[in-house]
Design a binder for this molecule. Structure first.
Ligand SMILES: Cc1ncc(COP(=O)(O)O)c(C=O)c1O
Length: 954
């Protein structure tokens, strides 16, 4: 194979090794293995109709050419997206750093202390700025955060309110249009009545359970909602506030006027606009809501030796545990972007953030003064960064528009002809003069050059913040770049990522995120574009997205794709809403039952509940396959109300069920639709596809199959692909025409997390049709190679008809526990001593580990992993046979820190060598867990989810 082919960089094993592995499996070719694994009746007859793979160099030129078709103007549109300066130290050491972007969601706390600390910083910053008691580690975007706030208020209603079915939420008409649209989408299926009005006219009576307002509002006006909040509380009505995080450094935070929930976007804390995303939303509330709070909360706890240790708190709130009782489906979120925003706060500190906010306000005030002097009327009586002008009678809006475009600037244009400007931290003196020039020329007035901007503040004193924030040490320590880079590195060194070793997480597909795929992320031509600019400024984006949609349609066999959903679970929700709308369009809106196999991921039932569906769980048989007869019975029983069936393929049990086409036929024959969860699409690409198996809609986890990195828990991208009869229902957008006219928006941005799409685009373009198929085949080979090596000691829970697993397998651990008392959790922690991240723990079957190696892992790495698990198996045998103590053994005490093994005292019945160097190669490349086993229960009992206050350091 030519050495410049990307496929040979993406795929781990060399040709020679592939042959060796096939020999071990007793087959002579890859084709033979695949035909033993993938049922013949679903195999594709023809190769994918995609171009041949490009070399990395060719792709680089191609993406560069596309980037140059995007025009980066100075954009003053605002509306939730602002230009920002990403400190280079954060760009280089976080966004561009594979340790940060290839790590996984911090479920395994001991090897995630660095990113847990970064997220705790984010939470602390959010709590302080909003004035709230607690905050989570981030949500998908501002609009979906608004929907989460609405649903959390709904689920937290007093018993009396719930009994009386108080179902009205009042929303101020001056929230962002995209926020309103997503609220409409989410309210409808749940039976929540959304009333939109001027907040002064809210009827706060017994029917209402919540209000949502924006601060400053969508015009830019700062409004005093304290009286509204007081009245609402008197009627047991919650108050949720969409806020601008930066403004809260100088404005009275909503927590100080007793708001219940404060949410918004943290984008302008150093995260590029990226044509709409990804950015982390923030979400803060009173402590009262802690058990209902969506998303992940990082909390402080202690390890086995009493040392401070961080971990994800209150995990019983999460959708995968609550299943059909779930109130939110958030799984993958925006961790990498939360980290960036948190680091921005660390680097600037409270005084830096305040300075930035003050400067923005001064420039805005100056512009108000100058533009008003030209005859325009500014309409906001008090504002932070946004002003709105009524034009003099002789000035035409069109003139402003073309004059501003001439100078490469975008302003906001209201429907009534007024013009808005939102200033950001990048705005400088030149920009100020250009803005004034446009307004002056349009009014035919002379104008003088501004040479400085005075420190003026037009905000009325009653709105000004008087309290301190971010006083904790971490926000006051790292001002020089040298100190900052060392802090980032200090955290980084605590974590395991793909740069250390394979991350064998079943269902998560931790494959290579190639550097060439990642490079364009840092380019201003992708990062510097506001999502609401005229489309002709984003030609490169649109060309790429069109091609990407076409390619993904080809790969799935479907007719069209929506790029809007920004996580897998968001895709599930979008797909189910599309199905719902399809039934409604056929006057069958009563179809609301969804059949979900017991092996499904927790987000499936959670998304179904959010889409207003009734979940009916169907069983699997003893071989792990969906029980066809049981499904048939349920489909028959619910034939009049059957909406759809959600199925993951290959199954979460790691098997290609040959009954899949029959299952789909059963559903269709009873009037239902088939939703395919695309988490395992990496075992389908080029071999079969969702259309071929009989599905109608699927989501794709671009952050699994299509090389977008996991980022420590996001970004995720979850586009949906649909069959022709569903295209007309794909989600639209209230501000931009995104080419679809179906349901209202499911995410804030018209094309979701557009700025990470070049990663997937690059992945497809560089692998091409052959490479994509090869990736699926090697994923299957690698999994079967591991399964073969471990089948005799652990045992593989489920296999297909020919004894093969798909791209992942479930390792049985329950017999080991019965014999030795060693649990799957102990095995997971002991793997850390061997330098590995644990496989997926107890999903989808309790007491097991699910392993997915991916195609990117080499034979050497697979062998290392097999060695580690074999070593652990031998240790378990030693415990079972009494050679090792039942309690004092390296498994129960894992992971071992350097502190513990270098202490003067060593009171264990096994050696220090056994503890930390159980295999020879560890001496050459040792990862040291920074904390010992973390005590989850302690942290949940004593919930602390912010950094310690400054006093604790004195
Ligand atoms: C089978 C399956 N479905 C759905 C999801 C949810 O995807 P996301 O985390 O992107 O929301 C996952 C996530 O791990 C999964 O494994």
């Amino acid at each position: 194979m030519a050495s410049d082919k990307f496929v040979m960089r993406h795929i781990g094993p060399r040709d020679q090794e592939i042959q060796e592995m096939l020999n071990v499996l007793g087959v002579s070719t890859l084709d033979e293995l695949i035909s033993q694994t993938v049922p013949d009746n679903i195999r594709l007859k023809n190769p994918l109709n995609l171009e041949d793979g490009l070399t990395e160099r060719q792709y680089f030129r191609k993406i560069l050419a596309l980037a140059s078709k995007n025009k980066v103007f100075n954009t003053y549109i605002g509306m939730g997206y602002y230009d920002t300066i990403t400190p280079a130290v954060i760009l280089r050491n976080v966004l561009e750093n594979p340790v940060w972007y290839t790590s996984y969601t911090p479920y395994q706390a001991e090897i995630s202390q660095g990113r847990l600390e970064a997220l705790l910083n984010f939470q602390t910053m959010v709590c302080d700025l909003t004035g709230m008691e607690m905050a989570n580690a981030g949500l998908l975007d501002e609009a979906t955060a608004a929907a989460e706030a609405m649903v959390m208020m709904w689920n937290s209603r007093s018993r009396a309110k719930a009994k009386a079915n108080s179902n009205v939420v009042w929303v101020d008409e001056k929230v962002w249009p995209q926020t309103l649209d997503v609220l409409i989408t989410r309210a409808n299926p749940l039976g929540i009545e959304l009333k939109v009005a001027d907040w002064k006219n809210f009827e706060l009576n017994d029917n209402a359970f919540g209000v949502i307002v924006q601060y400053p509002n969508s015009d830019g006006q700062i409004v005093d909602y304290s009286a509204l909040t007081k009245t609402a509380h008197e009627k047991e009505i919650f108050v949720a506030v969409a806020a601008d995080l930066l403004s809260l450094s100088i404005l009275t935070p909503p927590g100080e006027w007793d708001a219940d929930i404060v949410f918004g976007s943290s984008q302008r804390f150093g995260v590029p606009m990226g044509y709409g995303g990804p950015h982390a939303a923030f979400f803060a509330s009173k402590d009262f809501f802690k058990r209902n709070m969506p998303g992940r909360i990082i909390g402080v706890s202690k390890d086995a030796h009493g040392n401070r240790a961080l971990r994800m708190a209150l995990q019983t709130r999460e959708q995968h545990i609550k299943r059909e009782k779930a109130t939110s489906n958030i799984c993958t979120s925006q961790a990498l972007l939360s980290n960036m925003a948190g680091f921005y706060a660390v680097y600037h500190g409270p005084e830096g953030i305040t300075q930035i906010a003050n400067r923005i306000h001064c420039i805005t005030a100056l512009l108000e003064k100058e533009i008003s002097s030209l005859g325009y009327s500014q309409l906001n009586s008090t504002y932070f960064d946004t002003i709105r002008f009524e034009l003099p009678r002789h000035v035409k809006r069109e003139d402003i528009e073309w004059l501003s475009l001439e100078l490469e600037m975008n302003f906001r244009y209201f429907e009534n002809g007024e013009v808005g400007l939102s200033i950001d931290e990048t705005t400088n003196l030149d920009d100020i003069n250009w803005i004034i020039e446009v307004f002056a020329k349009a009014a035919n007035k002379p104008f003088g050059k501004i040479t400085e901007y005075p420190a003026i503040c037009t905000i009325q004193p009653e709105f000004l913040r008087t309290t301190n924030f971010m006083q904790q040490e971490v926000f006051n320590k790292y001002r020089s770049e040298t100190e900052m880079v060392r802090y980032i590195k200090k955290l980084e060194h605590k974590d395991i990522s793909l740069t250390h070793s394979m991350i064998p997480l079943g269902s998560c597909t931790m494959k290579l995120n190639a550097a060439t795929e990642m490079l364009p992320l840092s380019w201003i031509e992708f990062g510097g574009i506001h999502p609401f600019v005229p489309k002709n400024q984003a030609r490169g984006y649109h060309e790429m997205m069109e091609e990407l949609r076409r390619d993904l349609a080809e790969i799935t066999g479907f007719a069209d794709v929506s790029l809007q959903p920004n996580s897998g679970a968001a895709g599930e929700y979008a797909g189910l809403m599309v199905i719902r709308q399809y039934h409604i369009s056929r006057s069958e809106g009563h179809r609301d039952v969804v059949l979900i196999p017991s092996s499904a991921h927790g987000t499936n039932p959670a998304s179904a509940v959010m889409a207003g569906m009734k979940v009916v769980v169907t069983p699997c048989d003893e071989r792990g396959n969906i029980d066809v007869e049981a499904l048939r019975q349920k489909a028959e029983e619910f034939k009049d109300t059957l909406s759809c069936f959600m199925v993951t393929y290959p199954s979460t049990h790691g098997v290609y069920e040959s009954s899949i086409t029959e299952l789909c036929e059963i559903i269709h024959s009873h009037g239902g639709q088939v939703y395919m969860d695309g988490a395992n699409m990496n075992a389908q690409v080029g071999l079969t596809n969702p259309s071929r198996i009989g599905a109608d809609v699927c989501h794709l986890n671009l952050h699994k199959t299509f090389a977008i990195p996991h980022g420590g828990g996001g970004p995720g991208v979850g586009p949906i692909a649909v069959a022709a009869h569903l295209v007309e229902f794909l989600p639209s957008h209230p501000v931009m025409n995104n080419g679809h006219v179906g349901i209202t928006a499911v995410s804030a941005a018209p094309w979701g997390s557009a700025s990470v799409l070049p990663i997937t685009y690059g992945y497809i373009k560089m692998l091409g049709a052959d490479g994509l198929k090869r990736a699926s085949e090697i994923a299957i080979l690698n999994a079967n190679y591991i399964a073969n090596a471990l089948k005799d000691n652990y045992g593989i829970l489920y296999t297909g008809e020919n004894g093969r697993c798909a791209h992942e397998m479930i390792l049985e651990c329950r017999h080991l526990k019965a014999a030795s008392g060693i649990t799957e959790g102990d095995i997971a922690k002991r793997l850390m001593d061997y330098g590995f991240h644990a496989p997926t723990l107890s999903f989808p079957v309790h007491g097991t580990l699910m392993v997915e190696p991916t195609e990117s892992e080499s034979k050497q790495e697979l062998d290392r992993f097999i060695d580690a698990l074999t070593g652990i198996f031998n240790e378990i045998q030693a415990v079972a046979s009494g050679v090792m103590d039942k309690e004092d053994n390296p498994l129960k005490n894992a992971p071992h820190t350097s502190d513990v093994v270098t202490a003067d005292d060593w009171n264990h019945s096994y050696s220090r060598q056994t503890a930390v160097f159980p295999l020879a190669w560890l001496k050459e490349n040792k990862y040291w867990p920074p904390v010992a086993r973390v005590d989850d229960a302690f942290g949940d009992r004593n919930l602390v989810c912010t950094c310690e206050p400054i006093e604790s350091y004195k």
